[in-house]
Design a protein around this ligand. Structure first.
Ligand SMILES: C[S@@+](CC[C@H](N)C(=O)[O-])C[C@H]1O[C@@H](n2cnc3c(N)ncnc32)[C@H](O)[C@@H]1O
Length: 244
């Protein structure tokens, strides 16, 4: 169930109502939601709050802060992804089945590819749309088509994708390793929307799509989803399994 959307500024009432309607929830001004999960609309944009999250900051998608930093910080990751995609004479048409925070999709876009990104969570989809609308760099999103859908029921037929990319949530860590604050927030969002994935089953369905190449992101030590992997590109903590 989508939690209520809290707004504080009266001049945002109309927008709050419209966003709430799109999400299938109600827009309220009450402060009583402070101790409960809720969405928040302010002049800084749309955010999500969960009282049990480790981070006490509301979760929002912000492509402005750190947007110059994210590419530098992820330079190694970018090299691995580039290798996994392989050489190509023309820009690729990529189906990103697991949009998440669009971090990987942004790498594909900066490499010049066309990306259709699917996100099953309605809350995350709206947070992403809000983040994109507030991005100071709109050019980067020109070749992005962001869609609210479960990849397993998405019809790829007419689109002629070159690559399908799958980065499911990692299984909850058994021991100490805590997920990043952002991934923890995504888990909380999925919990609230009762979205439970079986990554292996999703993989099996997605692998049937008529696409030249499938790239799957896995933790370095995890088993591949299938023994039919054609090659692997490994970093320190992450591995890309490539299926042709
Ligand atoms: C680990 S995150 C992906 C992170 C993303 N690659 C990034 O760079 O920001 C997984 C995301 O994929 C979404 N997801 C998982 N399975 C999905 C499916 N079958 N269809 C659509 N979205 C899915 C989850 O809701 C979650 O937001």
């Amino acid at each position: 169930m989508i939690p209520p959307l809290v707004y504080t500024q009266i001049n945002q009432q109309e927008l709050a109502k419209e966003v709430a309607r799109n999400l299938g929830t109600t827009a309220i001004t009450s402060e009583q939601m402070i101790g409960q999960p809720h969405l928040n609309l302010s002049e800084d944009g749309l955010s999500f709050f969960h009282p049990e999250a480790r981070s006490k900051n509301k979760f929002k998608i912000d492509f402005n802060s750190g947007s110059t930093g994210w590419r530098i910080k992820r330079a190694d990751h970018e090299k691995l992804i580039k290798k996994a995609l392989g050489k190509s004479e023309h820009p690729l048409n990529i189906l990103d089945c697991t949009a998440g925070m669009l971090q990987d999709a942004l790498l594909f876009l900066t490499l010049g590819h066309q990306v259709t990104a699917l996100e099953q969570s309605e809350i995350l989809f709206h947070l992403l749309r809000d983040g994109i609308s507030r991005s100071k760099d709109q050019r980067i999103f020109e070749k992005l088509d962001l869609i609210h859908a479960n990849a397993c029921s998405y019809d790829v037929q007419a689109k002629n994708f070159d690559v399908i990319y799958f980065d499911p949530m990692y299984p909850p860590a058994k021991k100490k390793a805590l997920s990043s604050g952002q991934l923890e927030y995504i888990s909380k969002i999925l919990e609230i929307e009762s979205l439970k994935n079986n990554a292996i089953k999703d993989f099996e369905i997605l692998q049937l799509m008529p696409v030249r190449k499938m790239v799957v992101k896995r933790p370095i030590k995890a088993e591949p989803f299938s023994l039919q992997t054609n090659y692997q590109v490994s970093g320190k903590t992450t591995r890309f399994d490539v299926y042709l």
